[in-house]
Design a protein around this ligand. Structure first.
Ligand code: GLU
Length: 298
């Protein structure tokens, strides 16, 4: 008798991708366990990636500590761990492809230039596009003459590289992703404006590096905090431009303190190692970092 072909469900590859800018706290443990559980529950794989592109904020001491803390929690991951600072060539190649598509431009603006322009436009608020984190880049360098901009780059003037989101969207057309919490989401990359793809001082930036890495590492399910939900709109656009596969996403809720504020290093969230020094066992940290009732960001 003929049987219908069976289509095995692909097993997910998830990742936890911390930046070593401080010691991990319960919020990180929550995120790491969320990715770990999502992989383990479906017989998949969990990867760890160290997002250390910012030499001013990342420290080896924090990197060593996070490896130790996650192992103490009972997590394991394939070796070698991908450290972003070891893979600048991959980001440079991706940036060159985007430049060849004509969807990038050099930006010579300092923070002050941008703040001044925003203040000026503030007098005419209808001209000021706002994103989820405040006013968007007002597009000063997008309007430069390309020949003059190229001369300034050739002369060695410090510059970042930005994505021209409108041009990019004209190439890709409408985009979507599947979010395990929200269902099908229509990407709206203009939400974050012309984001920086390469900083002045580091020739990549978060949005580019994370999108390239998730594809190169074969990540099929990106789990991360709902605070990064807006970033996914841009990542989906970069995937389309670079012909990269689109993983599934699941943006989880964030752990909050008793005042309802998100846990953060800055506000003194206790490091996992401090909890450990107080005698807490990994199982107790698992319980404390348990998945809270889901509130979807969409
Ligand atoms: N490195 C980012 C952070 O520590 C997370 C990146 C991501 O999960 O996409 O916030």
């Amino acid at each position: 008798m003929l049987r219908p072909p069976t289509c095995p469900m692909p097993t997910p590859v998830t990742r936890f991708a911390p930046s070593p800018t401080g010691y991990l706290h319960l919020g990180h443990a929550h995120s790491a366990l969320f990715a770990w559980n999502a992989a383990r529950a479906a017989g998949g794989r969990f990867l760890l990636r160290v997002e250390d592109i910012d030499p001013n904020r990342c420290r080896l001491e924090y990197e060593q500590a996070l490896l130790e803390d996650l192992a103490w929690l009972g997590l394991s991951w394939p070796q070698p761990v991908r450290r972003q600072s070891d893979h600048m060539d991959d980001y440079a190649a991706a940036l060159a492809r985007l430049a060849a598509l004509g969807v990038t431009y050099p930006c010579f603006c300092s923070r002050k230039d941008i703040a001044d322009e925003i203040a000026r436009a503030g007098a005419a608020p209808h001209l000021l596009a706002a994103g989820p984190d405040g006013p968007l880049y007002p597009g000063l360098c997008r309007r430069l003459d390309p020949g003059q901009a190229a001369d300034r780059v050739a002369a060695g003037e410090p510059h970042a590289i930005r994505l021209d989101v409108a041009k990019a969207l004209a190439l890709t057309g409408p985009l979507f992703w599947h979010d395990r919490g929200c269902g099908q989401v229509t990407a709206d990359p203009a939400l974050l404006g012309d984001v920086v793809l390469a900083r002045r001082d580091v020739r990549t930036a978060y949005h580019l590096a994370v999108t390239v890495d998730d594809a190169l590492q074969g990540v099929t399910l990106v789990t991360r905090g709902e605070d990064l939900f807006h970033a996914t709109h841009i990542h989906r656009l970069i995937q389309a431009l670079l012909d990269l596969p689109t993983p599934d996403y699941h943006h989880h809720g964030l752990l909050v303190n008793q005042q309802g504020q998100r846990l953060s290093k800055r506000d003194g969230a206790k490091a996992l190692r401090a909890l450990r020094a107080e005698g807490l066992e990994p199982a107790a940290v698992w319980r404390l970092a348990g998945v809270p009732a889901e509130k979807q960001p969409c």
